[in-house]
Design a protein around this ligand. Structure first.
Ligand code: FES
Length: 129
């Protein structure tokens, strides 16, 4: 059975890495002059991530996120914003769940996948148009 406890953050040696991003998230906040914003919600729990970003020559020049939710969703969003900064939109479109799993450093089941990829989905949806 998957653990849906919002404070659940995974086990083992990678837990601290996740908790570190959860407690001290990178790129937290909103960009007042964002080119694109997007909010994604996990319908299973109601948690949300809002991404705002700026593009320059099809590259992400600045990105921030706001949100509330479990440690996995917030830590993953922090890692994803670090990761997409400087990337062009094609590279971001090719990013997958596996990339997020690698960033987190733990394997995640189907229920937690939504938590882990919430930030990535928000970024992808933002740049889609
Ligand atoms: Fe809501 Fe993870 S439990 S996003």
């Amino acid at each position: 059975m998957e653990n849906l406890d919002p404070s659940y953050s995974g086990d083992g040696m990678y837990r601290e890495h996740i908790m570190d991003h959860y407690k001290n998230p990178h790129n937290k906040g909103t960009l007042d002059d964002a080119d694109l914003t997007r909010t994604e919600k996990n319908p299973l729990c109601g948690d949300v991530i809002t991404i705002s970003l700026k593009l320059e020559n099809k590259k992400v020049s600045e990105v921030k996120f706001e949100g509330r939710g479990c440690a996995i969703s917030q830590a993953a969003a922090s890692m994803i914003t670090d990761e997409v900064k400087g990337k062009n939109v094609d590279e971001i479109e090719n990013m997958t769940r596996e990339d997020v799993v690698n960033m987190l450093g733990i394997e995640i089941g189907p229920v937690r996948t939504k938590c882990a990829t919430l930030g990535l989905v928000a970024v992808k949806e933002a740049i889609k148009n």
